[in-house]
Design a protein around this ligand. Structure first.
Ligand code: ZN
Length: 196
Protein backbone atom coordinates (compact mmCIF):
# COMPACT_ATOMS: atom_id res chain seq x y z
CA UNK A 1 0.00 0.00 0.00
CA UNK A 2 1.31 3.45 -0.85
CA UNK A 3 2.57 5.45 2.06
CA UNK A 4 0.66 8.60 2.83
CA UNK A 5 2.87 11.68 2.91
CA UNK A 6 2.25 14.98 4.61
CA UNK A 7 1.73 17.82 2.15
CA UNK A 8 2.75 21.29 3.22
CA UNK A 9 -0.55 23.17 3.13
CA UNK A 10 1.09 26.35 4.46
CA UNK A 11 3.90 26.60 1.89
CA UNK A 12 2.21 24.86 -1.02
CA UNK A 13 3.38 21.87 -2.99
CA UNK A 14 3.32 20.14 -6.33
CA UNK A 15 2.88 16.44 -6.84
CA UNK A 16 2.78 13.80 -9.51
CA UNK A 17 -0.83 13.41 -10.36
CA UNK A 18 -1.55 10.17 -12.17
CA UNK A 19 -4.56 11.11 -14.21
CA UNK A 20 -5.26 7.67 -15.59
CA UNK A 21 -5.89 6.00 -12.25
CA UNK A 22 -6.40 8.82 -9.81
CA UNK A 23 -3.68 9.97 -7.47
CA UNK A 24 -2.09 6.57 -7.13
CA UNK A 25 1.18 8.04 -5.97
CA UNK A 26 1.41 8.82 -2.27
CA UNK A 27 -2.31 8.61 -1.74
CA UNK A 28 -4.63 5.91 -0.50
CA UNK A 29 -8.16 5.72 -1.84
CA UNK A 30 -11.40 5.33 0.07
CA UNK A 31 -13.29 2.44 -1.50
CA UNK A 32 -17.03 1.85 -1.62
CA UNK A 33 -18.25 -1.65 -2.37
CA UNK A 34 -21.80 -2.43 -3.36
CA UNK A 35 -22.56 -3.97 0.06
CA UNK A 36 -21.97 -0.51 1.59
CA UNK A 37 -24.84 0.92 -0.50
CA UNK A 38 -27.74 -1.19 0.76
CA UNK A 39 -31.10 0.40 0.02
CA UNK A 40 -29.70 2.95 -2.41
CA UNK A 41 -30.63 1.13 -5.65
CA UNK A 42 -34.29 0.78 -6.52
CA UNK A 43 -34.15 -2.90 -7.55
CA UNK A 44 -33.49 -4.70 -4.24
CA UNK A 45 -33.61 -8.19 -5.81
CA UNK A 46 -31.03 -7.29 -8.45
CA UNK A 47 -28.90 -5.72 -5.71
CA UNK A 48 -28.85 -8.95 -3.66
CA UNK A 49 -28.10 -11.01 -6.77
CA UNK A 50 -25.05 -8.91 -7.66
CA UNK A 51 -23.78 -9.03 -4.05
CA UNK A 52 -24.13 -12.81 -4.01
CA UNK A 53 -22.10 -13.06 -7.23
CA UNK A 54 -19.21 -11.13 -5.61
CA UNK A 55 -19.41 -7.73 -3.98
CA UNK A 56 -18.07 -5.34 -6.67
CA UNK A 57 -16.14 -2.13 -6.10
CA UNK A 58 -18.54 0.61 -7.22
CA UNK A 59 -16.39 3.70 -6.69
CA UNK A 60 -13.36 5.08 -4.91
CA UNK A 61 -11.84 8.47 -4.31
CA UNK A 62 -8.43 9.86 -3.52
CA UNK A 63 -7.93 12.87 -1.31
CA UNK A 64 -4.91 14.41 0.37
CA UNK A 65 -6.25 15.28 3.81
CA UNK A 66 -6.57 19.04 3.35
CA UNK A 67 -6.90 21.09 6.54
CA UNK A 68 -10.55 21.74 7.34
CA UNK A 69 -10.20 25.51 7.06
CA UNK A 70 -12.48 27.84 5.08
CA UNK A 71 -9.41 29.25 3.32
CA UNK A 72 -8.03 25.90 2.16
CA UNK A 73 -9.21 23.84 -0.80
CA UNK A 74 -9.68 20.09 -0.63
CA UNK A 75 -9.16 18.27 -3.92
CA UNK A 76 -8.67 14.85 -5.40
CA UNK A 77 -10.01 12.38 -7.91
CA UNK A 78 -13.11 10.27 -7.92
CA UNK A 79 -13.45 7.03 -9.92
CA UNK A 80 -16.87 5.52 -10.57
CA UNK A 81 -16.78 2.08 -12.17
CA UNK A 82 -19.08 0.88 -14.96
CA UNK A 83 -21.95 -1.45 -14.14
CA UNK A 84 -25.66 -1.64 -13.42
CA UNK A 85 -27.99 -2.92 -10.73
CA UNK A 86 -31.02 -3.97 -12.76
CA UNK A 87 -31.38 -1.02 -15.12
CA UNK A 88 -29.81 1.50 -12.72
CA UNK A 89 -26.25 2.58 -13.37
CA UNK A 90 -23.41 2.36 -10.86
CA UNK A 91 -23.18 5.60 -8.91
CA UNK A 92 -21.66 7.20 -5.86
CA UNK A 93 -23.69 7.50 -2.66
CA UNK A 94 -23.95 11.24 -3.16
CA UNK A 95 -23.83 13.77 -0.38
CA UNK A 96 -24.72 17.24 0.80
CA UNK A 97 -21.97 19.30 2.34
CA UNK A 98 -22.23 19.72 6.10
CA UNK A 99 -21.88 23.45 5.44
CA UNK A 100 -24.75 23.45 2.97
CA UNK A 101 -23.80 26.79 1.41
CA UNK A 102 -20.58 25.52 -0.14
CA UNK A 103 -20.04 24.66 -3.79
CA UNK A 104 -17.78 22.21 -5.62
CA UNK A 105 -16.22 21.83 -9.06
CA UNK A 106 -15.83 18.55 -10.97
CA UNK A 107 -13.74 18.21 -14.12
CA UNK A 108 -14.09 14.94 -15.99
CA UNK A 109 -10.84 13.31 -17.09
CA UNK A 110 -12.09 10.08 -18.65
CA UNK A 111 -15.21 7.98 -19.10
CA UNK A 112 -18.78 9.16 -19.50
CA UNK A 113 -21.80 9.66 -17.32
CA UNK A 114 -23.44 12.45 -15.46
CA UNK A 115 -23.95 14.19 -12.16
CA UNK A 116 -27.30 14.23 -10.43
CA UNK A 117 -27.94 17.33 -8.32
CA UNK A 118 -30.75 17.88 -5.83
CA UNK A 119 -31.38 20.58 -3.26
CA UNK A 120 -33.52 20.29 -0.10
CA UNK A 121 -36.40 22.05 -1.86
CA UNK A 122 -36.51 19.27 -4.47
CA UNK A 123 -35.00 21.05 -7.47
CA UNK A 124 -33.03 18.53 -9.52
CA UNK A 125 -30.57 18.73 -12.41
CA UNK A 126 -28.65 16.10 -14.36
CA UNK A 127 -25.51 17.32 -16.12
CA UNK A 128 -23.36 15.28 -18.50
CA UNK A 129 -19.83 14.25 -17.51
CA UNK A 130 -17.33 13.50 -20.25
CA UNK A 131 -13.69 14.44 -20.85
CA UNK A 132 -13.34 18.20 -21.14
CA UNK A 133 -16.61 19.03 -19.40
CA UNK A 134 -16.64 20.81 -16.08
CA UNK A 135 -19.58 20.86 -13.67
CA UNK A 136 -20.22 23.58 -11.15
CA UNK A 137 -22.16 22.15 -8.23
CA UNK A 138 -23.80 25.18 -6.64
CA UNK A 139 -24.19 25.67 -2.89
CA UNK A 140 -27.06 23.69 -1.27
CA UNK A 141 -27.07 20.86 -3.84
CA UNK A 142 -26.40 17.19 -3.09
CA UNK A 143 -24.28 15.64 -5.83
CA UNK A 144 -23.85 12.10 -7.10
CA UNK A 145 -21.67 10.83 -9.97
CA UNK A 146 -23.21 8.20 -12.25
CA UNK A 147 -21.28 6.13 -14.78
CA UNK A 148 -23.43 5.46 -17.84
CA UNK A 149 -20.54 4.17 -19.97
CA UNK A 150 -18.38 1.09 -20.32
CA UNK A 151 -15.11 2.26 -18.74
CA UNK A 152 -14.24 3.84 -15.37
CA UNK A 153 -15.29 7.48 -15.13
CA UNK A 154 -12.57 9.61 -13.51
CA UNK A 155 -13.05 13.20 -12.37
CA UNK A 156 -11.06 15.81 -10.50
CA UNK A 157 -12.89 17.64 -7.71
CA UNK A 158 -12.19 20.65 -5.51
CA UNK A 159 -14.21 22.20 -2.67
CA UNK A 160 -13.80 24.38 0.42
CA UNK A 161 -11.63 22.68 3.03
CA UNK A 162 -14.15 22.88 5.87
CA UNK A 163 -17.28 21.99 3.83
CA UNK A 164 -17.63 18.50 5.31
CA UNK A 165 -19.76 15.61 4.03
CA UNK A 166 -23.30 14.77 5.00
CA UNK A 167 -24.14 11.28 3.70
CA UNK A 168 -26.92 10.54 6.18
CA UNK A 169 -29.66 12.54 4.47
CA UNK A 170 -29.23 10.64 1.19
CA UNK A 171 -28.79 7.30 2.97
CA UNK A 172 -32.10 7.67 4.78
CA UNK A 173 -34.25 9.58 2.30
CA UNK A 174 -32.63 8.70 -1.02
CA UNK A 175 -32.70 10.89 -4.09
CA UNK A 176 -35.98 12.02 -5.65
CA UNK A 177 -34.64 11.01 -9.05
CA UNK A 178 -32.63 8.09 -10.36
CA UNK A 179 -30.82 7.45 -13.62
CA UNK A 180 -31.63 4.24 -15.49
CA UNK A 181 -30.95 2.72 -18.87
CA UNK A 182 -34.02 3.20 -21.04
CA UNK A 183 -35.41 0.72 -23.55
CA UNK A 184 -33.37 2.51 -26.22
CA UNK A 185 -30.17 1.78 -24.28
CA UNK A 186 -29.73 5.45 -23.40
CA UNK A 187 -29.66 6.97 -19.90
CA UNK A 188 -32.85 8.56 -18.65
CA UNK A 189 -33.82 10.36 -15.46
CA UNK A 190 -36.81 8.80 -13.70
CA UNK A 191 -38.71 9.33 -10.44
CA UNK A 192 -37.37 7.21 -7.58
CA UNK A 193 -40.23 5.00 -6.35
CA UNK A 194 -38.42 4.49 -3.01
CA UNK A 195 -37.93 8.16 -2.18
CA UNK A 196 -39.46 9.23 1.14
ZN1 ZN B 1 -19.04 17.31 -2.33
Amino acid sequence: MAEKINYDWAKGFSLDFALSDGMSRNAVSTKRYLSQMKGMYHDAAAFEKVIAAGDPLVYEFYELGAPENPGDLAFGTSITYPGKIGNEYFMTKGHFHTILETAEVYYTLSGEGGMLLENPEGDTEFYPMEPGKVIYVPPRYAHRSINTGKVPMVSFFVFRGDAGHNYATIETKGYRKLVVEGDDGKPQVADNPRWR
